[in-house]
Write a protein that binds this ligand. Structure first.
Ligand SMILES: Cc1cc2nc3c(=O)[nH]c(=O)nc-3n(C[C@H](O)[C@H](O)[C@H](O)COP(=O)(O)O)c2cc1C
Length: 168
């Protein structure tokens, strides 16, 4: 039987969705059937042998949807291998302190379901298209804008996840 893997994500402006798609494509290369979808659309976890769940970081935290999803489905998720990823802008700086802070965005979900792997990837921030509130915040904190995603790094991480899923 073909293995089926879920890649579920939350996103506000689309960049995390594209990271999730790249992860899904890489997992498919291993021969698995992979469903990539917003976490809000996942209705049934029973077909999946493993799951990757990710969120962008906003104000130091994951978006609420994936956290609620993990909380609701924690019993099932504890029975399969799970990997988490976070996408944020601060982590263009790979210093240990910055990475630790970004990792802390996953503390709550790690306490619910222990992942076999976590990834933290630089994201994308464009001032056009942001909500008024988000635009105001990024002006206030003088956040840098641009697309800092590195698909090669994301794909290499997905390969490592795949190996862990197979070993689990
Ligand atoms: C209002 C606002 C707050 C943000 N807060 C953080 C943060 O605390 N840490 C971080 O690393 N990135 C932060 N970011 C950057 C986003 O995580 C980044 O742009 C991400 O790629 C957005 O993902 P999305 O396009 O899937 O929504 C913030 C962006 C905005 C607009």
């Amino acid at each position: 039987m073909t293995e089926r893997i879920l890649v579920a994500y939350a996103t506000r402006y689309g960049s995390t969705a594209e990271v999730a798609e790249a992860i899904g494509e890489e997992l498919r290369r291993s021969g698995a059937d992979v469903d990539v979808m917003p976490v809000s659309e996942v209705r049934d976890l029973s077909p999946y042998r493993a799951a990757v769940i990710g969120s962008p970081i906003y104000m130091g935290k994951w978006l609420p949807e994936p956290q609620v999803f993990i909380e609701k489905n924690q019993n099932h998720l504890r029975t399969i291998p799970v990997a988490y990823f976070a996408v944020g802008l601060t982590v263009t700086d790979r210093s240990p302190e910055i990475l630790r802070k970004a990792e802390a965005s996953m503390d709550a979900v790690r306490m619910l379901v222990n992942p076999v792997e976590v990834g933290i990837f630089p994201g994308r921030l464009e001032s056009g298209g942001l909500s008024f509130t988000d635009r105001t915040i990024i002006k206030m904190i003088r956040a840098k804008t641009g697309d800092f995603r590195d698909v090669q790094v994301v794909r290499a991480w997905a390969q490592a996840v795949c190996r862990k899923f197979m070993a689990a």
